[in-house]
Design a protein around this ligand. Sequence first.
Ligand code: ZN
Length: 75
Amino acid sequence: MKELPTFKYNPNAERLGILKKEKTTCPVCGQDRNYVYQGPFYCIDEVEGICPWCIKDGSAAKKYDGEFQDAAPLK
Ligand SMILES: [Zn+2]
């Protein structure tokens, strides 16, 4: 298990509730993760369980062609 990615502009993402410690199988990378991204995601409705790593590297937004409301502070 990798360490949580560090979000340069939002180092307290977990404390702020953007990341939640919860088991998931990320629909983007297909990996089992222990953290879930909890922030808003505007694209299709039923996307859940995206891991913070896919948020961090942009692959979640790319896959779903969506936007994260707080994408800026999470880069
Ligand atoms: Zn992922």
